[in-house]
Write a protein that binds this ligand. Structure first.
Ligand code: HEM
Length: 321
C-alpha cells in the first residue's frame, strides 16, 4: 500500500516538476493543482476491477472456448471456476469504486452520503443492479456454467459500457470503449497467467502435455489481443486528442506530462507483447517453454500495472484548457 502511494506520488510529482511553473497546492515538488491521491486510488480500484471482471469473461469466451480437442483432464483443469472467483473480486472492486467515490466526495465536501450521490439516481442504481447481476452470474458458474457466464457477461458489459447508452459526453463514450479494449487485452492476459498458465504448470500432466496446452491457450489468446490492442490505440489516440486540444499541451501541462509518462510504459507493454507474440509464442509446445511464457507474460503485466498507475493520475488531473 505504501509503495503504491509512493508510485502515485512519483507520477504526480513528475507531472508537476516537468510541467509549467506555478506549482500546485504544495508548490513545486507537491502534487499538481486539482490532483487528489484518494481520487487517483479510487480510479485505480476501478481499473483493476475492470481488468479482473472483463479478464474473466475474456478468458472463458475468448480463450477456453476456442481451444479445440481438449482432453478430459485439460477440460477439468480449465473449468474456469477460478476465473469466476477473479471475476467476483473484480465486481467487488467496481462496486467499491461506485459507492466509494460519492463517499469520498461526502467527506471532502462535508456533506451526507445521500447529498453526495449524483442528482439523477437512475444510472447509478442501474449500475449497481448490473454489478449485482454480474456477481450472481459469477457465483452461479460452478452450478450452471453456461447460464452463469452469460449472466456475468451481461452484467459486466452493461456496467463498463454505461456511458455508451447514458449521457451525451463523447469523450466518456470513447473512454468506456478504451477501458473495455484494454481490459480485454491485458485483463484477459492477467487471468490467463493467474488461472490458465499457472493452473497447467501446477497440474500432474506430463511435461509435453503441459507445454502443448499452454501453447494452445496462448495461440487462442493472440487474435483477441491483436484486435483489442488495435482498438486501444485508436480510442487512446482519440481521447488524447479530445483532452489535449493542442499538441503543445503534451509538454506544457501536467496532464500532458502525465500522458507522456503513461505512453512510455505503454510503449514497453507493446514491445513486450510483440516479443511474446513473435518470439515466444512460435517456440511454445516444447517441454519447459511454459515457464518461459509465464515469465515474459508476468513482465508484460508488471508494466501494464505501471500504465494503470500512471492513468489513475492522468484521469484525476484537470484536462488542458
Ligand atoms: C497498455 C495500453 C493502455 C492501457 C492499459 C490504458 C488504460 C487506460 C485506462 C484504464 C483509462 C481510463 C479511462 C476512464 O477514465 O474511463 C485510460 C484513459 C486514457 N488513455 Fe489509455 N491505456 C492504454 C493505451 C493508451 C494509448 C496508446 C493512449 C494514447 C495514444 C491512451 C490515452 C489515454 C488518455 C488520454 C486517457 C485519459 C482520458 C481522460 O482524461 O479521461 N491510452 N487509459
Amino acid at each position: 500500500m505504501t509503495s503504491l502511494a509512493s508510485l502515485l506520488q512519483a507520477v504526480a510529482q513528475t507531472a508537476q516538476q516537468m510541467g509549467p511553473p506555478g506549482g500546485g497546492p504544495g508548490g513545486r515538488g507537491g502534487p499538481p493543482p486539482g490532483f487528489s491521491y484518494s481520487d487517483a486510488l479510487m480510479e485505480l480500484i476501478r481499473f483493476v476491477g475492470s481488468f479482473l471482471a472483463i479478464g474473466a469473461i475474456g478468458f472463458r469466451f475468448g480463450i477456453v472456448r476456442r481451444v479445440r480437442g481438449m482432453s478430459d483432464e485439460a477440460r477439468t483443469l480449465l473449468r474456469a471456476d477460478n476465473a469466476a472467483l477473479l471475476g467476483i473480486l473484480g465486481v467487488l472492486l467496481l462496486a467499491l469504486n461506485t459507492l466509494g467515490a460519492p463517499f469520498l466526495t461526502a467527506i471532502a465536501d462535508n456533506k451526507s452520503f445521500a447529498e453526495a450521490l449524483p442528482k439523477n439516481l437512475n444510472p447509478f442504481e442501474f449500475k449497481l443492479a448490473m454489478l449485482a447481476l454480474a456477481f450472481i452470474g459469477f457465483a452461479l458458474v460452478r452450478a450452471t456454467p453456461s447460464f452463469g457466464w452469460t449472466l456475468a457477461a451481461i452484467g459486466v458489459l452493461f456496467t463498463i459500457l454505461q456511458p455508451l447508452y447514458t449521457g451525451r459526453n463523447f469523450s466518456a463514450k470513447v473512454n468506456a470503449v478504451h477501458v473495455l479494449a484494454v481490459s480485454t487485452w491485458l485483463g484477459t492476459l492477467l487471468v490467463l497467467a493467474l488461472v490458465g498458465i499457472r493452473g497447467v504448470i501446477r497440474s500432474n500432466s506430463s511435461g509435453v502435455q503441459r507445454a502443448e496446452l499452454v501453447a494452445d491457450l496462448v495461440n487462442s489468446f493472440s487474435p483477441l489481443a491483436l484486435t483489442a490492442s488495435a482498438i486501444v490505440a485508436i480510442t487512446g489516440a482519440t481521447t488524447a486528442w479530445i483532452h489535449l486540444k493542442r499538441i503543445s499541451a503534451l509538454w506544457t501541462t501536467s496532464y500532458g506530462i502525465a500522458l507522456l509518462v503513461k505512453l512510455v510504459f505503454v510503449l514497453i507493454v507493446v514491445v513486450l507483447g510483440a516479443w511474446n507474440w513473435q518470439r515466444v509464442r512460435p517456440s511454445l509446445g516444447n517441454e519447459g517453454t511454459e515457464h518461459v511464457i509465464r515469465r515474459s507474460a508476468t513482465m508484460e503485466l508488471t508494466f501494464a500495472a505501471l500504465v494503470l498507475i500512471a492513468t489513475s493520475v492522468l484521469v484525476t488531473l484537470p484536462s488542458p484548457r
